[in-house]
Design a binder for this molecule. Sequence first.
Ligand SMILES: *Cc1c(COP(=O)(O)O)cnc(C)c1O
Length: 373
Amino acid sequence: MQTDKLLFTPGPLTTSSAVKTAMLRDVGSRDREFLQIVRDIRERLLAIGGNTGDYECVLMQGSGTFAIESVISSAIPRDGKLLVLVNGAYGRRIAQMARVHGIETEAWDTPENRKVLPEAVAERLAATRGLTHIAVVHCETTTGIVNPVEAIGAVVQRTGAAYIVDAMSSFGAIPLSLAAARIDFLISSANKCIEGVPGFGFVLARRGRLLEAKGRARTLSLDLYAQWAGLEDDGQFRFTPPTHVLLAFHEALLELEAEEGVAGRAARYGANHARLMRGMSELDFEAYLAPEDQSDVITTFRYPQHPGFRFEEFYQRLSDLGFIIYPGKLTAEPCFRIGTIGRLSLPDIDALLTAMRRVLEEMGVMPNKCSAS
Ligand SMILES: *Cc1c(COP(=O)(O)O)cnc(C)c1O
């Protein structure tokens, strides 16, 4: 079998062969074995969130955005008002989808290279009337910055508004307690730090808030409450479940457990990231974020100053050598990103760094060479 290129991206990711192999089956969507797998997946996800018994897990077909849209379009009442704390493209997307649904929305834009500060949020909340829901992104994959969702949660709780956290690219890799962070709705998906394949997202919802969502949905297929009620009632999805993806995801959860859970995964990602940062600095690449704001999930690097650097060529040459990196998504600066999540280990990071050195040399962009010429 041909070996695939390694994915240094924010998803889909490189997955283990056991996760891929788990998909080589056809199971019935009403079969007892499958329903047991779905049940186990929901329980394990709640456990990762530090379940206190107050939360429910809802699985939702589609990519991660569908699961977020399910929360936004199901939880906020007709007379509700949403504030989105924005420091990147994923926060902006939440505001955009809320407006599509006709929800009264304020997007509060703060700089992309800074964390959302709880004190500033407190001031903003004091100055804004009628908020019923507040949303923030945990790890803003646009840059790789981690927002302090626990401290923001404490501020949000004082207002009585519901707290929505997009933890898409952090859940499973950055320890987080739903209860301690006072989260009402957390959203993530199959193909990020749990290391499954794409096909569904999931929502961990405080039960009381979920029950309030009954009858509020603005769509049929993304109705969060109805989806949960269906799963609770007969264990089934309302519409065709991504059976193969769920089999793979179950295997991925077993692998997470074998890696000693979130702490173990965080340790591997941390080691991979540290190795990447050391190597990139040896290649004279400059990281966009300050080290203390940077996650181990994904890192943004500025383009080198050298006139010979063209990202498309850099990308293509790396791809030809078997390494997929990721373009930038900043509004202002030319940059690219390297993800360090997925089934990657130190030798993979070293191989990427070696390939980068070679490609830079081929492009005539090696820093030490250009200073000599
Ligand atoms: C990946 C991601 C999403 C969802 O993206 P999809 O392409 O819909 O899976 C949302 N928010 C963040 C922070 C992400 O990293």
